[in-house]
Design a protein around this ligand. Structure first.
Ligand code: HEC
Ligand code: HEC
Length: 388
């Protein structure tokens, strides 16, 4: 009897020692993780990006790399300087459907401030409800884009603004006719006078005013901006880890960098679908250089959770879909990479910077949580009164 009791006692002691050991190693693991996270939190919210962990970058991206951070102040070109009067005229024109043939479609029809300055559609519809063939790009932070459109075919906002007016599937109006209509509206005279010194309406002045207004459509400070400025509790652990993944394992910063979250370059991530229904040779259409087949402009990612669906063809509706696509390195099928376009053989060569990342489900979730911190709350904007 005494013997059995001693054995039970020994067994009991053994089990509790073992249990203790296990608990303390689990606890150690937890402590290690907590230490790592609080270390990361301290570095990233230090207000000094030079203290951040080193990013993981490809040598190819170094020449165009600049660290993510705040958006710099907006700069206006010398030949079209800012004035509040010009901004107001530009805003009025942006919302005025009389620039279109039907007098029904304004720039704001497809770039709606309540829909993240785009239209949240796969493809926009324009004149006579015709469908376009590309996803409308938000004009949020467009002042930071170096060339416009998915293929970069417009070099400046001044040059860009007449293109949708004249596009048969968008506003379908001749620019001279559009300018003539604006000149015939009495109420515009004072606005032109205040903006340009006299009441003459020209195509050039219309373009300059619209461009000035567009440059002012800038994101206010997001959760990301607050966090890196020192508000260390602004981020959850998932958002923090997402930021770290974006800069390291997920290698997004090879292309999405600077305060605008784009290197302003044209890259091929294997979305051209050459030889398939819906093929789009991308930048090739503008440059006619076969090496540009399948390249699209790297879009900025601020406000991205408000500007879906995604890619030039709106083919992805959610951010986790986009992240999983990158995680798999976009396995592009050989037969979707070749086409003969206007007698030229085009081959789409995916960038070497798009590769298998093998992100876990948790990491996909964390990256998405981070991307969402780049958006700001929708703001009510006051609509301009249209002159009569
Ligand atoms: C029918 C819908 C529609 C209308 C109307 C429209 N847009 Fe767009 N906008 C688009 C689409 C679609 C794209 C992308 C096209 C492409 O890249 O080929 C775009 C792209 C842009 C871009 C490029 C943004 C960037 O980052 O590259 C700007 C700027 C822009 N539009 C301004 C305007 C202005 C100014 C007007 C009015 C004069 C206007 N849009 C009218 C659909 C529209
Ligand atoms: C090789 C350069 C490159 C890398 C690396 C890259 N991207 Fe992109 N990204 C692009 C290009 C180019 C597009 C536009 C493609 C298109 O429209 O077909 C794009 C589009 C996107 C879009 C859609 C935005 C919109 O407005 O439609 C999101 C979101 C995005 N990328 C997130 C990421 C994330 C997250 C990573 C890292 C996992 C990443 N990207 C890595 C070049 C890159």
């Amino acid at each position: 009897m005494k013997n059995t009791l001693s054995w039970i006692l020994i067994l009991f002691i053994l089990v509790s020692v073992l249990n203790n050991c296990l608990n303390s190693s689990v606890q150690k693991e937890i402590n290690k993780k907590t230490d790592f996270m609080s270390h990361l939190r301290k570095l990233y919210s230090s207000g000094d990006a030079s203290k951040w962990p080193k990013p993981i970058l490809d040598p190819e991206s170094l020449s165009t790399f600049s660290e993510i951070g705040h958006l710099p102040d907006i700069s206006f070109p010398e030949d079209n300087p800012y004035s509040a009067e010009k901004e107001l005229l530009g805003k009025t024109l942006f919302f005025d459907p009389r620039l279109s043939k039907s007098n029904q479609i304004a720039c704001a029809s497809c770039h709606d401030p309540e829909l993240g300055w785009c239209d949240n559609r796969t493809f926009s519809f324009g004149h006579d409800r015709q469908l376009g063939s590309r996803n409308a790009i938000s004009i949020f932070n467009v002042a930071y884009a170096k060339a416009l459109f998915w293929d970069g075919r417009a070099a400046s906002l001044e040059e860009q603004s007449r293109m949708p007016i004249e596009d048969q599937r968008e506003m379908g109006e001749h620019m001279d006719v559009a300018a003539g209509k604006i000149a015939g509206i009495k109420g515009y005279q004072a606005l032109f006078e205040q903006a340009f010194g006299d009441k003459t309406v020209t195509k050039d002045r219309i373009s300059k005013a619209i461009a000035t207004f567009e440059r002012t459509v800038k994101s206010s400070a997001s959760k990301f901006d607050l966090f890196i400025d020192g508000k260390s509790d602004a981020y959850t652990d998932d958002e923090l880890m997402g930021l770290h993944l974006f800069r390291t394992k997920a290698q997004c910063m090879n292309c999405h960098n600077s305060g605008y979250f784009s290197n302003n370059k044209f890259e091929n991530i294997g979305t051209a679908l050459l030889g398939e229904k819906g093929q789009d040779p991308g930048r090739y259409l503008f440059t006619k250089n076969p090496e540009d087949a399948g390249k699209f402009r790297v879009p900025g990612l601020r406000e991205v959770s408000r500007t879906g669906p995604y890619f030039h063809n709106g083919s992805m509706t959610t951010l986790d879909e986009v992240i999983i696509f990158y995680s798999k390195g976009n396995p592009e099928y050989a037969q979707k990479r070749l086409t003969v376009y206007e007698e030229v053989t085009l081959r789409s060569e995916k960038s070497g910077m798009v590769r298998m990342l093998e992100l876990s489900d948790e990491e996909v979730y964390q990256l998405e949580a981070f991307l969402r911190t780049l958006s700001t709350k929708p703001k009510k904007i006051s609509l301009p009164e249209l002159p009569k």
